[in-house]
Design a protein around this ligand. Structure first.
Ligand SMILES: O=C1O[C@H](COP(=O)(O)O)[C@@H](O)[C@H](O)[C@H]1O
Length: 269
């Protein structure tokens, strides 16, 4: 059984007993947001990440979601991508295509993957341009407090070091305020060259979900969420900087990932 969602200053925490249960809750959440967005705007603009997240979304390819989700209205983006060929094992596009996109009736022209024939800098520029065009036509909504795109949902994973998308701790990329999409060439986690949404874009989304599993990430989850002087100890922990300005933030955690969370102890007192 899932523990009930706990509402904190750092968003809603949904802690699950098993990956099976987390995965069911995650796909229900995505399907509900898709339905609400299609009803309100006629489309659903969703940004994916790579890593363990995609496997946890696998139930979307099965009944009932395979039939009930309005796939034709989905516009797919990536919160980050590695600068490798699209058929490379490290490609976030390939991961999503093999695990999800090839199994549901997404419209191919709605899949906005990152150009793999360009340099990191060129690919980031081009991707930013593509998103600008889609904001102009409101396929992607726009923030009412900045000119940033307002994705209906951005799905993030988190590394053991607290990175989200390709925003790594203590990296100058965390300071980027102007660009929507940028690039790095020195990722501490291979491959070194990556394209990433910037924090202003992530924090302008209507909904952001961070999906984290496994005990190896428990310390980073604690530092990202708890209110125990973490602002002093790790001001540039990317996962802690995920703070949607007006949108909703939900953390999908399994029990091992949540095992060092103080926020949960306080909530059960
Ligand atoms: O390198 C990356 O890592 C993170 C976390 O991946 P995980 O396998 O530990 O869940 C991922 O969210 C990001 O998209 C990816 O490029």
């Amino acid at each position: 059984m899932a523990l009930p969602g706990v509402h904190t200053d750092r968003g809603e925490l949904r802690v699950h007993e098993s990956l099976e249960e987390l995965s069911t809750d995650l796909v229900d959440y995505i399907a509900e947001l898709s339905e609400a967005s299609v009803k309100e705007r006629g489309v659903f603009a969703i940004a994916l990440s790579g890593g363990s997240l995609i496997g946890l979304m696998g139930k979307l390819c099965e009944a009932p979601y395979s039939k009930t989700v309005d796939w034709a209205k989905w516009y797919i983006f990536w919160a980050d991508e590695r600068v490798v060929a699209k058929n490379h094992a490290d490609s976030n596009y390939k991961l999503a295509k093999d695990g999800l996109l090839s199994k549901v009736p997404i419209v191919p022209s709605h899949v906005h993957s990152i150009n793999d024939s360009l340099s990191a800098e060129e690919a980031a520029d081009e991707y930013g341009f593509v998103i600008r065009q889609l904001v102009k036509t409101r396929m992607v909504s726009v923030s009412d407090i900045s000119d940033c795109p307002k994705f209906d949902l951005i799905l993030l994973g988190m590394g053991t070091d607290g990175h989200v998308a390709s925003l790594f701790p203590d990296h100058s990329v965390l300071e980027e305020k102007e660009e929507w999409v940028t690039f790095i060439t020195d990722s501490p986690k291979p491959p070194p060259e990556r394209i990433t949404f910037t924090l202003p874009v992530i924090n302008s989304a209507s909904n952001v979900a961070v999906v984290v599993t496994g005990e190896s990430k428990a310390e980073a989850v604690h530092l990202a969420i708890d209110d125990v002087g973490a602002d002093d100890c790790c001001p540039s922990l990317p996962s802690r900087l995920v703070q949607p300005t007006k949108g909703q933030l939900v953390w999908f955690l399994d029990k091992p990932a949540a095992s060092k969370l103080k926020s949960l102890e306080f909530s059960s007192e």
